[in-house]
Design a protein around this ligand. Structure first.
Ligand code: NA7
Length: 550
């Protein structure tokens, strides 16, 4: 399957990012083809079909802002949209914009090689497609390469083995089954209460206890929805210029400006209201000051004591290894409550580690658990994993994996020196997973679209971030993270969940609004930090920033 027609651009992925990028480039008159390994659109929401899968962003913010008609028509049913709703939304977007014809589905990209003489990329898939394109835009998501631990004997298990991030499309019947869930991150915390209701018995294998905050999910009031829809443009504007892509005001009060009783009352109110504002909306120093952070952590531990009836189980569930919020804070529905059920057992893997998987279950140092199903809720090789899996080779045949051996080096999280004409939507070094994704995705898609239009307008065939710009940005990303408590946790933000992965803070924590301004300034200054050349490699690097955007 060799496509002889050279393209202007290829886009990899058909989630929020890939759908909008293909649409945008098509509208701008570029010839563009999307490649997607799944058999349909959806990205994250195509793969994560596990029981209880739901978005932790509120539904009002979790959609595109560039489709005003759909924005008005789409029902805002529950506070947090479930996986089936989001998938339906993206399918509707694909239909309305007639996007499926521009994608090749069931096509897993395994090689992307840059031809320096031609200034073009060649893309190959495992299924035998081959195309060339001037530009590559990756829209592969930040959490799409599953982390699959290799326990001894794992292949011998006779029951069903599943991963939350790669859940089958056909319904999985867990009724009357003895189920294990390994992992208590955001996915495990969503899945555990729902699986517990269906399974005969559920054993939860916990390595690190997690803080979680009630989601307080539920139907949205009609009047609230009507008012929200009337004011949508203003909500969207505020989200774009906010710290995390939501239109809420962060607190300006320190945890120590109030009395202990007032502090507790503030946490109690936020716990009752549900959602991420438990941290950002209560006190301004929870992410910055260990003592302040500890007041919130203590509050959650006290809630665990209130909710969980068995004191020994409550103790096992209390997180003590990291400041609250430095690992992604999950939102839950009845998570701690689930451990009061008679059909649920909690196993602490730090005390009694897994020794092996057997044909009949899991053996820990304390004994054997008989099982029919093992669910790995063990997360992802975040941010860098999905990009490194594409087999990207840039100038001099250098692989991206090699270039990032000591951690990702990017300019604005959107471009990589040595890899010309390659753009990474929500790549490492951008707000990405620390933000409401559709807001960050729209900003990247629009910025990349403008950049390619500018390059075309200026006759540039090759555009590439400079080493210097990437070094400056990469240092800045680490510096900003260093002002927070985040580097103190062994989190996937730090690459700590993957053995051998460098410990570097991967996303940009400087805020969505600030980041947007920075990107806009780069564009306004003639794509400062990029170099362009007219044809192939001929005059590479000849014209750094000598154009001004129209
Ligand atoms: P996470 O947040 O990475 O959670 C994975 C969980 O699996 C976490 O509790 C890990 O424990 C545990 N884990 C990972 N490897 C192992 C091994 N080898 N043995 C036992 N336990 C293990 O992934 P999620 O899918 O829950 O969430 C990812 C993001 O998706 C989420 O933050 C949202 O943004 C959406 P650990 O804490 O590392 O000790």
């Amino acid at each position: 399957m060799v496509d002889a027609e050279p393209l202007d651009a290829v886009v990899i992925g058909a989630g929020f990012a890939g759908l909008y990028m293909v649409y945008r480039l098509r509208e701008q008159g570029f010839s563009v083809q999307g490649f997607e390994r799944g058999d349909g659109v959806g990205g994250t929401w195509y793969w994560n079909r596990y029981p209880g899968a739901r978005c932790d962003s509120e539904i009002m913010f979790y959609s595109f802002s560039f489709l005003p008609d759909l924005e008005q028509e789409w029902p805002l049913t529950e506070r947090y949209p479930g996986q089936p709703d989001i998938l339906r939304y993206l399918e509707e977007v694909a239909s309305r914009l007639d996007l499926r014809k521009d994608f090749t589905f069931g096509a897993e990209v395994t090689a992307l090689e840059f031809d320096e003489a031609a200034g073009r990329w060649t893309l190959r898939t495992a299924q035998g497609h081959q195309v060339t394109a001037r530009y590559v835009v990756t829209a592969v998501g930040c959490l799409s390469t599953a982390n699959q631990p290799r326990f001894p004997g794992a292949d011998s298990f006779r029951g069903l083995t599943l991963h939350t991030g790669n859940w089958p499309r056909e319904p999985v019947d867990l009724a009357a089954q003895r189920v294990a869930v390994i992992g208590t991150g955001a996915s495990g915390i969503q899945a555990i209460p729902v699986i517990a209701e269906r399974a005969a018995h559920l054993t939860v294998f916990q390595r690190t206890a997690q803080f979680t905050i009630p989601a307080e999910n539920g139907p949205l009031d009609d009047q609230f929805v009507a008012l929200w829809k009337q004011n949508y443009p203003e909500w969207r504007r505020r989200a774009r210029h906010s710290p995390a892509g939501f239109a809420y005001n962060p607190s300006i009060t320190s945890a120590f400006e109030v009395s202990a009783a007032e502090r507790r009352a503030a946490f109690e109110a936020a716990w009752g209201a549900g959602g991420f504002t438990f941290l950002s909306g209560t006190f301004r120093d929870l992410a910055l000051d260990e003592e302040a952070n500890e007041t919130a952590a203590d509050f959650v531990r006290s809630k665990i004591d209130e909710i969980v009836r068995d004191p020994e189980v409550a103790e096992m569930l209390k997180p003590r290894d990291f400041p609250i919020g430095t690992k992604r804070l999950p939102l839950d529905t009845n998570y701690y409550e689930t451990f009061n059920r008679p059909n649920v057992t909690l196993v602490d893997l730090k005390r009694t580690p897994v020794e092996e998987i057997t044909p009949a279950g899991i053996r820990t140092s304390a004994g054997h658990h008989d099982l029919d199903v093992i669910v790995y809720a063990t997360g992802f090789d975040a941010l860098t994993g999905p990009l490194e899996a594409l087999g990207i080779r840039g100038r001099g045949g250098r692989s991206l994996r090699d270039a990032w051996r000591e951690g990702p080096r990017t300019y604005l999280g959107v471009a990589v020196p040595g890899f010309p004409n390659l753009f990474t939507i929500t790549g490492p070094g951008s707000p990405s997973v620390l933000s409401n994704m559709p807001v960050s995705i729209e900003q990247h898609v629009e910025w990349i679209g403008d950049c390619l239009a500018w390059a075309r307008g200026h006759g540039a065939k090759v555009i590439e971030a400079t080493e210097q710009a990437a070094a400056g940005w990469t240092d800045h990303v680490q510096q900003v993270a260093g002002h927070t408590l985040h580097p103190k946790a062994a989190s996937w933000y730090m690459g700590a969940n993957i053995p051998g992965k460098p410990r570097i803070f991967l996303p940009y924590i400087g805020g969505v609004g600030n980041y947007r301004d920075r990107c806009a300034a780069v564009a306004a200054n003639g794509y400062e930090g990029f170099v362009t050349s007219g044809e192939g490699s001929g005059d590479h690097g000849a014209r750094p920033g000598d154009h001004r955007a129209a």
